[in-house]
Design a protein around this ligand. Structure first.
Ligand SMILES: [Zn+2]
Ligand SMILES: [Zn+2]
Length: 174
């Protein structure tokens, strides 16, 4: 989506609202079931402009512990300062892409930056719930599903239970 900042730059308007959809980036083992929705505005704040945008996209993936489907809507806020190249110092230019959107002929296209941001913050491991007990080590079925009829309590050697707790706290499969 190309946003023309002309009327903002000429002072005709102070706020340029926008709303568009774009393709989600590829994330391994995750399916985005719809395109990303981006809604926001570019605001002129006396001398510089600020782009703020709310992004949401529905996804489905597999729980890293029990492999069950994890569905949800991933949402984040995307905020950038819009600044002309010549108004930025060397230091600021080095950070370009992190904090700034630089217009080309008075226009900006934030899509690539939005995708980059999403790739940085999308969780590496999805969990159906924070305390998902995962798969039964004996029968391979998800422990919480009720399909596993194995006994788990008695099997843990008391000498190992401390270690077990430590592993659990680290969030690793046990
Ligand atoms: Zn799970
Ligand atoms: Zn079992």
């Amino acid at each position: 989506m190309i946003l023309d900042l002309g009327s903002l730059s000429r002072g005709e308007i102070k706020v340029l609202p926008f709303s568009f959809r774009m393709e989600a980036p590829d994330v391994q083992d995750v399916t985005f079931t719809d395109s990303m929705t981006c809604e926001g505005q570019v605001t002129d704040i006396g001398g510089y402009k600020k782009l703020s945008c709310h992004v949401s996209v529905p996804y489905v993936g597999a729980c890293a512990r029990c492999l069950d489907d994890v569905r949800g809507v991933f949402e984040f806020d995307f905020n950038r300062i819009v600044a002309d190249r010549q108004s930025l110092s060397e230091e600021q230019l080095e950070e370009e892409g992190l904090d700034y959107l630089i217009p080309d002929s008075g226009k900006i296209d934030p899509e690539e930056d939005i995708r980059d941001e999403m790739l940085m913050i999308f969780p590496m491991r999805l969990l159906c719930s924070e305390d998902c007990p995962g798969l039964c080590p004996k029968c391979g079925k998800p422990i919480r599903s009720g399909l596993c009829k194995c006994s788990h309590e008695k099997e843990i050697d008391p000498r190992l239970s401390v270690l077990q707790t430590l592993l659990d706290e680290d969030g690793d499969e046990v």
